[in-house]
Ligand binder design. Structure first.
Ligand code: ZN
Length: 836
């Protein structure tokens, strides 16, 4: 009897599912079983388009942008037909709940789960898993997901980094054996430089959410901020010997992460654990992946009111279709897909089960942000008068994060001065940016501006200091009292576009990337440009050392279009130009003096390839192409020895290991007028080398008497902690600058550097010590005790003259992730200003 009933049930179920529209699974659509091979991006796009065309009632597909290599970026929204038909209303209502969109919010609405896949291109399982996950969500025959979607909207971005992923897939397919070879050393498991992790310019997109320096991040965060989901998952992979990692995350948690954000991580984590336990799959939680640095795919959503999480499968670029791990088990792509697919659906389920609570907590998160912002500081004032272009760059970043700001205030104030480290009174000028903490995005604001980030546990995954005034080199105050900006727009001085008479020269101050872009454009157009080695005054205007001088007399080649050409280029670069009516200046050197130096248009080469840090070289490449738009030749390390050196005026060696570095051939090129720029570990390689003045700093001998006799006795379980005394994951130090040297033109006599290692060199005898650390130059961020002792009295940035050429030493990463805005000028000085 029971059996008959069962048969009838199966029969009925069959009729019901046959009635519903049958849609193709990923395997049916692609023509191979999911996991049998890697799916190229265009096929992923085709499948998403296909599902969208056959599931219009439950799915809405949006193309939100394209990559540097022109591949489309997509997000699919999936929910019940009722929710999909009013998707835009749900989005707007969600922003109303956050206080970002005007109007009264309905308190009852679906929760939003955002699933982001494959931000690291070679963690290639994620996109495959997204196909199966999307199918299960839209499949009319799947009653479980149908139930969840009644109160939940799911956004699926199948690939945040298609360029990187294609680099991986296109590496793998041509080299794989006909039967996947699981031997970990076979070449299908060994990606060539630079690997598929990063995007086109070798940026790690999972470090770029807040800074938005990359095209992919800019377009994605713009869309993300129009939605602000309650839950966000960033899918990753870790090493092939690791099991699976999911939330709850590890300490340190940022102190402003709420109780609910912690709780909900645990609720979701336990739901994932339930499925993994059923299958006997291994996992770990609460270790390694912390929540601090604000630019990740878990922290960024977290600081924007979401429960942001990272999920990590064992695998990555090493894993291929199958690989043997150290325990002798074979890990296959199919296993990896299963795991990511399981946690994806489990997360949707857990959110659906807690949807009302998630919405209520989301609403209260933003209400608190607006009415009672966390932390001691209630407003920030950024001085902008001397640095309008840098202030503009900061404004762009803030806008990208939906942070409200304005200019000026009705009264003066007192507050913490980031540059002196003291509390001081100050006036607020019309040109000062004023940011009130009483706003929906106050947590993100606080994280970006807090002078010191509280770190509950220093074993963090990333840098521990990033306060914006240091990164942008902008003087700023944090105040305990509330301040309201007076105006939404910046009152700017009128630009001198029309000039009376015929100025003998145009002058532009030199202190920002906009100025560098202007110079680059002038040089490309073969305009002759000079700079002043010392400050000067003319017609009541004061110009810094390094100011660009474009004289009429040298530029007759512009065919009488001199004034128009210069004005056009300045306008395009966003530069405010000044005019000088006589070469006879009021103070400083006359324009015909030899203190006015001609800037030769340099032919620049950058070495990139094996043993060079792709991140370091990539950010230089991006800087030239996307920020200042100046030609750069990319050279492979193996071609350096046989190239024609005289083809180049400037050669840049990024962080990396170089063969024959500092060779006699290289030195003779420098002596003949070449300029070598060495960065980070490349600097260390030149130290002590014959022909170079740079020397490694010898460590001071320990005082034997005061030495602790038990110093070497350490407990095994504390090994990770002990390691920290020698560590510096990224802290901020103040560098004393000699700003009369071209390497430091445009800076005050100090610079805030992000110190990522303990490298520091002896003061040079035969060179210019332009940027040095003295005692007590530590500012903020975690630096271990041993490291702190080392980072005193030494050289970080210097220039050595060699014959007619020069060597520039940049020990720290002045372009770090391209968000360390203030270092870009020093790098540009090295390229354009040093050595004339
Ligand atoms: Zn990853």
């Amino acid at each position: 009897m029971r059996r008959t009933l069962l048969l009838i049930c199966v029969f009925l179920f069959g009729i019901l599912t046959a009635d519903a529209q049958k849609i193709q699974s990923p395997s049916e659509f692609l023509g191979y079983k999911l996991g049998d091979q890697f799916t190229p991006h265009y096929r992923v796009v085709e499948y998403f388009n296909y599902l969208s065309s056959v599931s219009k009632d439950v799915m809405s597909l949006q193309t939100y942008g394209k990559t540097y290599e022109n591949r489309p970026l997509l997000v699919a929204f999936v929910s019940s037909p009722q929710n999909i038909s009013r998707l835009e209303e749900i989005r707007k209502n969600n922003l109303r709940l956050a206080g970002i969109e005007g109007g009264a919010a309905q308190t009852s609405q679906p929760a939003i789960v955002w699933l982001s896949y494959n931000v690291h291109g070679n963690e290639s399982v994620s996109t495959e898993a997204s196909l199966q996950t999307l199918f299960d969500l839209v499949d009319p025959g799947n009653s479980r997901t149908k139930a969840w979607l009644q109160n939940t909207v799911v956004a699926i971005d199948p690939c945040l980094n298609p360029d990187g992923r294609e680099r991986y897939v296109n590496f793998y397919n041509p080299v794989k054996s006909i039967q996947p070879d699981p031997m970990p050393l076979s070449r299908e498991h060994m990606e060539p430089w630079p690997g598929g992790r990063a995007n086109h310019y070798y940026f790690d997109l999972n470090r770029d959410w807040a800074w938005q320096t990359q095209l992919e991040s800019q377009q994605r965060t713009a869309l993300y901020n129009q939605w602000l989901p309650q839950v966000h998952v960033d899918f990753h992979e870790q090493g092939i010997n690791e099991p699976y990692y999911f939330a709850p995350a590890a300490e340190p948690f940022h102190q402003d992460i709420t109780k609910w954000q912690r709780e909900f991580q645990t609720i979701i984590g336990k739901n994932n654990a339930r499925y993994f336990d059923e299958k006997g799959w291994m996992y770990f939680t609460r270790e390694r992946f912390d929540l601090l640095y604000p630019s990740y795919g878990d922290t960024y959503p977290t600081y924007n009111g979401s429960v942001g999480m990272t999920y990590e499968q064992g695998g990555s670029g090493r894993a291929g279709l199958a690989v043997i791990n150290e325990e002798g088990d074979t890990l296959t792509l199919k296993d990896r897909i299963d795991h990511h697919y399981t946690t994806g659906l489990s997360t949707v389920e857990a959110t659906s089960q807690n949807a009302d609570k998630a919405i209520a907590e989301f609403k209260s998160y933003f209400a608190t942000s607006k009415s009672n912002p966390a932390g001691e500081y209630k407003a920030y004032v950024i001085k902008g008068k001397d640095n309008p272009e840098k202030l503009k760059a900061l404004a762009t970043m803030l806008k990208g994060n939906g942070i409200e700001f304005g200019y000026g205030a009705a009264k003066g104030a007192s507050g913490f001065n980031y540059f002196t480290g003291k509390n001081e009174s100050f006036t607020v000028d019309k040109t000062d940016m004023v940011i009130s903490a009483y706003q929906p995005k106050s947590v993100m604001l606080k994280v970006l501006f807090e002078p010191t980030t509280f770190v509950s546990d220093s074993a963090t995954y990333d840098i521990t200091a990033w306060a914006m005034p240091y990164a942008y080199g902008l003087q700023a105050y944090a105040t305990r009292e509330a301040l309201k900006p007076q105006s939404q727009t910046l009152a700017t001085a009128p630009v001198e576009s029309k000039t009376t008479g015929r100025p003998v020269a145009y002058v532009a101050n030199w202190n920002s990337v906009a100025d560098v872009k202007f110079l680059a454009e002038l040089l490309k157009k073969n305009v002759k440009v000079r700079y002043s080695e010392i400050p000067f005054e003319s017609g009541g205007k004061r110009f810094n050392a390094g100011s660009l001088i474009i004289a009429r007399t040298s530029n007759e080649g512009l065919n009488g279009n001199f004034d128009q050409t210069i004005a056009e280029i300045a306008g395009k670069s966003g530069i405010i130009l000044q005019t000088v009516s006589s070469a006879f200046v009021d103070k400083g050197a006359d324009l015909g003096s030899d203190k006015i130096r001609y800037i030769k248009k340099p032919k620049v080469g950058l070495i990139m390839g094996d043993n060079v840090s792709s991140l370091s070289a990539g950010q230089i490449w991006h800087y030239f192409e996307q920020q200042i738009n100046y030609p750069l030749t990319l050279l492979r390390p193996q071609d350096v020895g046989r190239m024609n050196w005289t083809d180049f005026d400037v050669l840049i060696f990024a962080d990396g290991d170089y063969e024959d570095f500092g060779s006699e051939k290289m030195q003779s090129w420098i002596r003949g007028g070449g300029k070598l720029i060495a960065m980070e570990s490349a600097v260390a390689q030149l130290a002590g080398k014959k022909g170079f003045s740079l020397k490694t700093k010898t460590e001071e001998k320990k005082d034997e008497k005061n030495k602790n006799p038990y110093e070497n006795l350490k407990t095994y379980e504390n090994r990770e902690r002990d390691y920290l005394t020698n560590s510096i994951p990224g802290a901020i130090y103040k560098v004393n600058l000699d700003n009369s040297h071209p390497l430091a033109f445009g800076y005050p006599n100090f610079y805030y550097t992000l110190k990522l290692d303990d490298r520091v060199f002896s003061y040079m005898e035969g060179g210019w010590n332009v940027g040095v650390l003295k005692k007590n130059n530590y500012v903020t961020g975690f630096a271990g005790q041993a490291t702190k002792k080392k980072l005193v009295d030494g050289l970080l940035f210097g220039v050595e003259e060699m014959g007619r050429g020069s060597v520039v030493y940049l020990t720290d990463d002045v372009l770090f992730r391209s968000f360390w805005e203030n270092g870009k000028l020093m790098f540009s000085n090295a390229v354009f200003m040093v050595g004339h």
